[in-house]
Design a protein around this ligand. Structure first.
Ligand code: SAH
Length: 220
């Protein structure tokens, strides 16, 4: 990529942060800084290149999407992730959200069930270098028991409820942010685990692709 187009994407990205994110109320400087650094255009398919900084979700193949920039920012801010914080993400997709968390300084663990997306994200994140990020191919609704507990868990696919293994793998005092609802409309909830209590507050309405839960192999 030439200098001209690099400057152009830098400018588009700063514009995105100002107009779509800061202006809508995201104030966490760490999140704003991370999103002005991570090259979002690298995480979208070539056919979507010109829309990489637009105010919307974009298809990335396999029927799934990279989330709208504002939604990534809002959920990252809600998660309160920073240096020294261990974060589990369910639904790596393009790897963009993982990169933003990595750029915030968090130690990131992210799971994706579609092999092609997992491989592509792995290559890209290694090439770009967005911090401390470990990826795994598998069913994220089971969490990542070998690496638990996590200080934070971010679910980036929609489900009617939070799968039990994720609640269990959240550290005491930890936060879990997830879009909860049906396939069409969900509300982002922020749960806090305090001993035996798992209470939530509702943040904003969103629309994510569904979390696929394979109940056939359920160990419960
Ligand atoms: N965070 C992503 C976007 C998420 S789209 C990004 O920044 O690009 C939701 C993703 O969740 C899709 O890639 C989908 O394949 C994945 N997914 C759905 N159910 C899953 C499951 N049970 N385990 C792991 N990944 C899952």
């Amino acid at each position: 990529m030439g200098t001209y187009s690099r400057r152009r994407t830098d400018r588009q990205r700063l514009d995105m942060v100002e107009k779509q994110i800061r202006r809508r109320g995201v104030a966490d400087e760490r999140v704003l800084e991370a999103m002005s650094l991570v090259p979002r255009h690298r995480f979208v398919p070539k056919a979507q290149f010109s829309a990489a900084y637009a105010d919307c979700a974009l298809p990335i193949g396999h029927g799934v999407t990279i989330s709208q920039p504002y939604v990534v920012a809002m959920m990252t801010e809600a998660l309160r992730a920073g240096p020294g914080i261990r974060v589990l993400e369910i639904g790596t997709g393009s790897g963009y959200q993982a990169a933003v968390l990595g750029a915030c300084g968090a130690e990131v663990f992210s799971i994706e069930r579609i092999p092609e997306l997992h491989r592509r994200a792995e290559r890209l994140l290694e090439e770009i270098g967005c911090g401390d990020i470990a990826l795994r191919l598998g069913d994220g609704s089971r969490g990542w028991p070998e690496r638990a507990p996590f200080d934070r868990i971010l679910v980036t696919a929609a489900a009617p409820d939070v799968p039990a293994p994720l609640r269990e793998q959240l550290a005491d005092g930890g936060l879990l942010v997830a879009p909860v609802g049906d396939d069409w409309l969900q509300t982002v909830r922020r749960y806090r685990k305090m001993g035996a209590s798992f209470e939530y507050e509702e943040l904003e309405g969103v629309r994510f692709v569904p979390l696929i839960v394979n109940s056939d192999e359920s160990s419960e």
